[in-house]
Write a protein that binds this ligand. Structure first.
Ligand SMILES: [Cu+2]
Length: 162
């Protein structure tokens, strides 16, 4: 398993990136929303390794303000994407963590993964907000794709009620 130190180093770099919201390129399920159009607020608390919500029901076109509070000791993220996209993102995260463990490993993190916002990464003790407008998508999930966390159950289905 990855050490807590390497996790914190990698994630600290990610959190320090200019765009706080991040997600891999091509994640689907909608787009970043206009905060003025948010019609609902959903509060989510993250701990090791679980979210306070187990599933989420949304309407096609609905704009939701998510407030993610990290009550844990590790960084956590809350990302929206399909099951397949989370699996792909998880692979990238693992590769980054492996690179970090090698001598002279990665010292910076940039690239497409940081350029697209489909969620937020939150440091321990912090709270972050992001607004998302949903578009009907099959197999949509919210999840924390930090290696180990997704597997521990930091994920839940997003279903469209109409
Ligand atoms: Cu997590």
């Amino acid at each position: 398993m990855f050490s807590r130190r390497s996790l914190v180093v990698v994630l600290a770099m990610m959190v320090a990136a200019p765009a706080r919201a991040h997600g891999p390129q091509g994640m689907s399920g909608g787009k970043l929303g206009d905060p003025a159009k948010a019609t609902r607020t959903v509060e989510v608390v993250a701990t090791e390794n679980a979210f306070s919500i187990k599933s989420l029901e949304v309407r096609d076109g609905e704009t939701i303000r998510f407030i993610l509070r990290n009550d844990g000791m590790d960084p956590h993220e809350f990302l929206i994407g399909t099951k397949a996209e989370h699996a792909e993102h998880l692979k990238m995260m693992r590769a980054m963590m492996e690179a970090q463990k090698k001598p002279g490993g990665v010292h910076s993190h940039s690239g497409p993964m940081m350029d697209h916002a489909s969620g937020v990464m939150v440091a321990p003790g912090k709270t972050a907000t992001f607004v998302w407008t949903f578009a009907r998508t099959a197999d949509l999930e919210f999840a924390c794709d930090i290696p180990g966390h997704y597997e521990d159950g930091m994920r839940g289905p997003i279903t469209f009620v109409r």
